[in-house]
Design a binder for this molecule. Structure first.
Ligand SMILES: [Mg+2]
Length: 368
């Protein structure tokens, strides 16, 4: 079996409302969807969800890397040889993880389809079905508005709330304590500062103000300040979760050596796909640590890949595959019912709705 054609689609997904983190406000999702076609007629689906504030990539740069370099490189290759094909892609293009992920996820979809197995069974097979419950992510707003959003989410059926913070410790403390007082005590609360507290002392003050209410504090300090993560871990009672500080398996090795994380936030769009994410997860597992499979707010295809990853491995204890619930439409038949996502069938287990793809698409390139 050989790869004969790669089609790269640019498309935009409208959000229910703009998504606001300490990094930037996002008005709509600009995504890249890839179809990898083989001479056997098997088609693999992949997605790139670039986030320039994290990896320096845009929709345009991702589509360009795919069209100019990665897609021509994989033509003629056997798509099930994922280890070799992805190694060759990495040798050619350093960085650009969303572009790598778009192809890599499509190759994994083909592997699953050829094997007649849902991807999670092929990757690991921890769970008996590919179904996950996701949290509601609350954008940064005033404490009063965030309480209203939290209550609405609980009413909708969410059992976990991820609270975006990272402006100043005093207001962040008001946000978290007001939400904690308003929602039932069994609702799990997590906070993500997206590096917003900057230095260790500011972060320490912020965390001490909210530690009693939350199950985890994510990326309290700037990405490069790995020693500050270790400093904080020794001084607070709540688990610390690096996100921006850990993109690859190599980063995880460094963080493990420096004692800088209690739980690691893996994202397929940081690792460049499932192969490297599996390595990162193995580093955490070998250190006795759980992980979360986070997201860059992917569309349906990246989300389906995430659901399989979560279901594949025992130590992936949390997830944030929230994309389908933040958007008004998607390009597949993905089965979503707040707060649950289920995928079934060989490979990723999703199929594309051509009409919806056409209505959202802003560009298309075919490499053959
Ligand atoms: Mg994060």
């Amino acid at each position: 079996m050989r790869i004969e054609q790669v089609t790269i689609h640019r498309y935009e997904i409208p959000l229910e409302e703009p998504f606001v983190t300490a990094l930037k406000p996002i008005p709509e999702l600009e995504r890249v969807f890839v179809e990898v076609e083989t001479d056997d007629g098997v088609v693999g689906l992949g997605e790139g969800a670039p986030a320039y504030e994290v990896t320096g990539e845009t929709q345009g740069s991702t589509a360009a890397v795919l069209e100019d370099v990665l897609a021509p490189q994989v033509l003629g290759e056997n798509p099930v040889d994922v280890e070799r094909v992805t190694r060759q892609m990495r040798a050619l293009v350093d960085g650009a993880p969303s572009a790598h992920a778009a192809i890599e996820i499509a190759l994994q979809d083909i592997r699953g389809k050829c094997a007649g197995l849902p991807l999670f069974r092929l990757l690991g097979g921890n769970a008996t079905e590919a179904t996950i419950d996701v949290p509601k992510v609350l954008s940064i707003k005033s404490p009063e508005e965030m309480v209203a959003d939290a209550l609405e989410a609980v009413e909708e059926g969410y059992e976990q709330l991820k609270i975006k913070v990272g402006t100043d410790p005093a207001t962040d403390g008001e946000r978290v304590s007001a939400i904690a007082e308003a929602v039932p005590s069994e609702i799990s609360l997590k906070v993500d500062a997206n590096q917003g507290w900057g230095d260790a002392k500011t972060a320490l003050r912020a965390i001490k103000g909210i530690a009693e209410f939350v199950d985890v504090v994510e990326q309290p300090v700037a990405k490069a300040n790995v020693d500050d993560l270790a400093f904080l871990r020794e001084r607070v009672d709540v688990p610390v979760m690096p996100d921006e500080s850990v993109e690859t398996a190599n980063d995880a090795v460094d963080l493990v050596k420096r004692g800088a994380g209690d739980i690691y936030n893996i994202k397929l769009m940081k690792t460049g796909g499932i192969t490297e994410a599996t390595r990162l997860n193995a580093v955490a597992a070998a250190d006795g640590r759980p992980t979360q499979l986070g997201s860059m707010v992917e569309g349906h295809i990246g989300t389906a890949a995430g659901v399989h990853f979560v279901a594949a491995f025992e130590n992936v204890v949390w997830n944030e595959m929230v994309g389908p619930f933040m958007t008004t439409e998607g390009i597949t038949d993905l089965d979503t019912n707040v707060p649950r996502i289920t995928v079934e069938g060989p490979g990723l287990g999703v199929s594309v709705d051509r009409n919806r793809l056409r209505s959202l698409r802003s560009g298309r390139a075919v490499v053959e």
